[in-house]
Design a protein around this ligand. Structure first.
Ligand code: AMP
Length: 281
């Protein structure tokens, strides 16, 4: 397995790989790899000849400095996981190689980036779209796999690839969960044990709303209220937002007639978790 630490090294490796006729499957991550990431990597293996996994904690997409500083970075463990899964190359660029002093260009997504995570985390999606564009260019990927856990991110990446004619196939992957339903996340390991237990309320609330929706409730205000009430049963939970939005436009929906995403962001202590579930009429 190759370890590549700059955009130039990554591009050279990718060009050599492509010259032999191989297709490249790409899984972008911020490391602290878990079974969710592993599932994406295995999907990439099915869809391409050579898999590249990037591990880069992208400062540009963090709007809270302490969240960036405390983000887990177990690089040795991550490399072992990639090795075990047969990854061809790990792309772990240094900060300086990604953002030299004269770095001056960003990718600014539009309407899709305004609601939910966009309004809760100003600048987050500019940072995300910019780094994803840079990673796509360096890895020369033919196909890239993204988790549906970051629903808005996936929508923005799809839109960016179309709008900027990037010619990369984007594949979504369903959220991998713990036995109590909590979505796997690198941030889960930062939860205090009592908060980890309490966080199980997130999937419980989403599931309860989905069941009520399936029994015929179409008023999103009632479903949102229900999610709020269930999550608030845990004293340690602090809700950032609960939203129901159209799956394509990501605009809020009141009377649900179309496929929608129910998305939440909840704090436990200083750890912010997101999750979502799709509601199909
Ligand atoms: P991250 O390292 O958190 O930036 O995530 C890297 C990729 O893994 C993103 O496409 C995420 O959506 C995806 N991902 C993170 N957690 C999960 C999960 N529990 N199930 C599936 N995909 C995930």
């Amino acid at each position: 397995m190759e370890l590549l630490e700059s955009p130039a090294a990554m591009s050279e490796w990718a060009a050599r790989e492509k010259a032999t006729g191989k297709t490249i499957g790409f899984v972008p991550t911020m490391g602290a790899l878990h079974r969710g990431h592993e599932a994406l990597i295995l999907r990439a293996t099915e869809l391409s000849d050579s898999v590249v996994v990037s591990i880069f904690v992208n400062r540009l997409q963090f709007n809270v400095a302490s969240d960036y500083d405390k983000y887990p970075r177990p690089i040795e463990q991550d490399l072992e996981i990639c090795q075990r899964l047969g990854v061809a190359a790990v792309y772990a660029p240094t900060n300086d190689s990604m953002y030299p002093d004269d770095f001056d260009t960003v990718v600014s997504p539009g309407e899709l980036a305004k609601p939910m995570e966009g309004s809760a985390r100003p600048g987050h999606f500019i940072g995300m779209a910019t780094v994803v564009a840079k990673l796509f260019n360096a890895t020369k990927a033919d196909v890239a796999i993204f988790g549906e856990k970051d629903y808005q991110q996936l929508a923005i990446v799809r839109s960016m690839v179309t709008d900027l004619n990037m010619g990369i196939e984007i594949v979504g992957y369903p959220t991998v969960r713990e036995s109590d339903g909590l979505a796997l996340s690198s941030r889960n390991q930062r939860l205090a044990p009592n908060h980890r237990l309490a966080a199980g309320v997130i999937p419980t609330a989403l599931q309860a709303a989905k069941e009520r929706f399936e029994r015929g409730e179409r008023d999103s205000r009632i479903l949102i209220e229900m999610v709020n009430t269930i999550i608030c049963r845990e004293d340690s939970a602090r809700i950032d937002y609960v939203e129901i939005a159209d799956v394509r436009s990501l605009q809020s929906v009141v009377d649900i007639k179309q496929e929608c995403v129910l998305a939440v962001a909840v704090f436990f202590g200083d750890v912010r978790l997101i999750d979502n579930i799709v509601l199909k009429p």
